[in-house]
Design a protein around this ligand. Structure first.
Ligand SMILES: [Fe+2]
Length: 250
């Protein structure tokens, strides 16, 4: 059965690739190497990694041009559903290593009105750049993952630790391509968030930190300064404000 959307996109894709081949006089050997590379990436289970690194950020940008809330970001590979509900915003337990971070703010609509009872679903790497369940077993490890509600006045307070930057898996074909481009494999430190509320469109985003050495060279080409926190230091703890803006459902 013909799918007009698929046909339209693929025709444009073929045109673009053929233009590129002609412009750069791509050789048959280079073409064969590209096919072999894609096969190798698939066999290594890196199809998703490869496409997410190079394409996902662009898809998120293209599909959120009309969005007026907090800028959207890719969900990334480390999200787990059904994170525990946390008490008093305590995402990090008392034994968690790293600099303490208090993140406060208000969930608002695009007109500035506070949104109470919004669901904030957080997940992040630890102070060594490791995700629970993925880098730290078992698969049910929900460390530094948690959900909470905004208060009556729309405010929230998240008690956590400052996450570390981490490299994407770079031992395989994707890492080789990243290296061939002269890029490094690192993502700047970040905290992931999915925010939603009754009558509002869900927001998937990531929050970064000013001063991070990888903020301007994110391997995923997603980090941006308008999502980067300026941390203030108080003793050995850090704090920052971050308001979250949601757009009403249509
Ligand atoms: Fe991440």
């Amino acid at each position: 059965m013909t799918n007009p959307r698929v046909a339209h996109l693929m025709e444009d894709l073929f045109l673009a690739v053929n233009d590129l081949v002609a412009k750069h006089e791509v050789t048959h050997e280079e073409y064969r190497a590209a096919v072999a590379f894609l096969n190798e990436a698939a066999e290594a289970g890196e199809t998703m990694l490869l496409l997410d690194v190079f394409l996902e950020g662009g898809v998120v940008d293209a599909s959120s041009r009309e969005w007026r809330g907090t800028p959207k970001q890719a969900v990334g590979p480390y999200y787990l559903e059904d994170a525990p509900w946390i008490e008093d915003g305590q995402l990090a337990g008392p034994d968690e290593e790293g600099d303490r971070l208090l993140l406060t703010g208000t969930v608002r609509d695009v007109d500035g009105n506070p949104i109470s009872d919004a669901v904030l679903d957080w997940w992040q790497a630890d102070a060594k750049g490791r995700y629970g369940a993925f880098d730290i077993p078992p698969r049910t490890n929900m460390n530094l993952r948690g959900r909470m509600h905004s208060k009556e006045d729309g405010s929230y307070a998240l008690h956590t630790v400052v996450p570390a930057a981490y490299p994407i898996p770079h031992e395989g074909p994707t890492g080789r391509l990243v290296e061939a481009l002269g890029w490094h494999p690192w993502r700047p430190a970040h905290i992931h968030l999915i925010a939603g509320g009754d009558g509002y469109q869900p927001l998937i985003t990531q929050i970064y930190f000013e001063g991070d050495e990888y903020l301007d060279s994110d391997v995923g080409r997603m980090a941006r300064h308008d999502l980067a926190l300026q941390l203030t230091t108080n003793g050995d703890s850090r704090r920052a404000d971050f308001d979250i803006v949601l757009e009403a459902s249509v």
